[in-house]
Design a protein around this ligand. Sequence first.
Ligand code: ADP
Length: 390
Amino acid sequence: MDTILIVNAGSSSLKFEVFSVANSLVRLVKGQMEGIGTTPHLTIKSSDGEQLANENYPLETVPDMLAAMRLVGEWLRQRPQGQLIAVGHRVVHGGPNHARPARITDDLLRELERYTPLAPLHQPSNLAPIRVLLERQPHLAQIACFDTAFHRSHDPMTDHYAIPARYFDEGVRRYGFHGLSYEYVAGKLAEIAPGVGRGRVIVAHLGSGASMCALYQGLSIESTLGFTALDGLPMGTRCGQIDPGVLLYLLQQHGMTAPQLQDLLYKESGLKGLSGISNDVRALLANDDAGSRLALDHFVHRIGLNAGMLAAALGGLDAFVFTAGVGENSAVMRARISKKLGWLGVSLDPVRNEAGDLLVSNEDSKVAVYVVPTDEELMIARHTLALIAA
Ligand code: ADP
């Protein structure tokens, strides 16, 4: 049996899945090493939910990504799932030119390393496993799937910032992210509601990272994320859209250094910064203090404003789709956001919403509202398979 391995390497976690590729893609195992470099913890489950591993490791055993890879690699070798024919990687930044996944070569790896300054927290972690595998198993096919690729269908005009054009040429442009999630959802929508899928759709990917994407005829025409994964909606710990003047103020009046500013914007802001309590929507919903209320009210407010912007880009709205952690699991947040979108013609069916049905809008809603669980790993697996077959 041939298998492919999907790797999603973050700054402190290594998520992986193994798919068999017999007739169709079938998920065999799914695992993650979390707390790399702090409190390493490995969990692995089979496709039917059976726990295959659940172990804590001393920090010295898993101090970094390479150690995590070695451990996961050993686990997989000891329990062979089949013949590994390729590895598909999630890579956050594919730069301005990659509109599709690509097979890893030395040249491509060098090119992707150049985008590290554009995604300093993610790109180095994404590339580390690729580099090691390329050295140790140069004949193993590796495919890079970019979070930016799906947004390359934008009209280039929309991807400019209004600063001198030479910066655009240098790469300072709006790239957009969460592309693998949007591509998966667009595909799913085309299956379940082909008519709607060809129309004007906003997809809200609301997880610990959060963004929204405007789809027309299944392609991305606008998104709330831009040059980095900081723009648009406030997120778990990231600030979202901010007046650049605030950054100048912090630099000039507080004497902040660039690394301090980076930490503030990526790790201390968003829901965590606003609430002073947590980046987790569940915790904020469970608390009834002023900070938690402010954080959630602000989150819903900004989603509303950004939905208006994307609806303007689309010239109207036929469907709104909720996905990712908050969008898939929280009926309360879906209801609050939908209420905000009432003026656009969104009207929820409370029973369907509570049940988390696929279609959660009522018969009178001018805009169809869906809940579509995303599956970025399956999207990577599909791309990987398609590229090695080609
Ligand atoms: P990631 O970006 O890490 O992949 P997810 O899409 O898994 O994130 O989303 C994680 C977030 O989803 C959590 O931080 C939490 O705020 C939120 N979440 C998960 N389940 C629920 C729930 N039942 N109610 C509200 N929020 C939830």
